[in-house]
Design a protein around this ligand. Structure first.
Ligand code: WNU
Length: 152
């Protein structure tokens, strides 16, 4: 059986490899690991639905997801990009205090996401100005690309 300690070390070193979190102090990263939940998804499952309320941030630990969005002039949500291991999503609803702005659909069986709730996300980001500034800018850039794409 895998011990709690081993699990902790595994996620700690994985999170250290996520570029967004590279600069976080050790104790902060350790705290995030303590508060993590791991969610499993199969291909075709919606992890996030456009328009719904959301209170969670996700980091992909295994597998792949597709990002789609409702777009003017198209009957179906359009595919924007795919994300893989080490990529993250769901920050926009938390930062902009808005509903989910795109669909995140699992693209591979047994995809695993590390899930951070709003409180822990705020603790992680809020006390770290550079991270906050970086994400804020990124989220504004996402809004601009949504407009260019004529997202609904
Ligand atoms: C995009 N437009 C919008 C992605 C992930 C992380 C970063 C891009 Cl820092 P949410 C839906 C999520 C949203 C984003 C993600 O989808 N997303 C996008 C776009 O062009 N959302 N509106 N590209 S992947 C991605 C940058 O995380 O957060 O909570 O839920 O609105």
């Amino acid at each position: 059986m895998r011990t709690t300690q081993a699990r902790h070390e595994e996620y700690f070193s994985f999170l250290r490899s996520v570029s967004l979190l590279q600069e976080l102090p050790e104790e902060k990263l350790a705290k995030i690991v303590d508060c993590l939940e791991v969610d499993h998804f199969d291909k075709g499952e919606f992890i996030i639905r456009e328009g719904e309320e959301g209170n969670t941030f996700f980091i992909i630990a295994k597998g792949e997801v597709v990002v789609t969005q409702s777009t003017e002039g198209f009957p179906q949500p359009q595919e924007i990009k795919t994300l893989g291991v080490g990529d993250y999503f769901g920050e926009k609803a938390l930062i902009s205090e808005d509903v989910r702005s795109a669909n995140i659909i699992c693209n591979e069986d047994d995809t695993q996401c590390l899930v951070v709730d709003r409180d822990n996300f705020n603790q992680m980001v809020g006390t770290y100005e550079e991270l906050q500034a970086y994400l804020k800018e990124y989220v504004e850039e996402l809004s601009r690309s949504d407009e260019r794409r004529n997202a609904l």
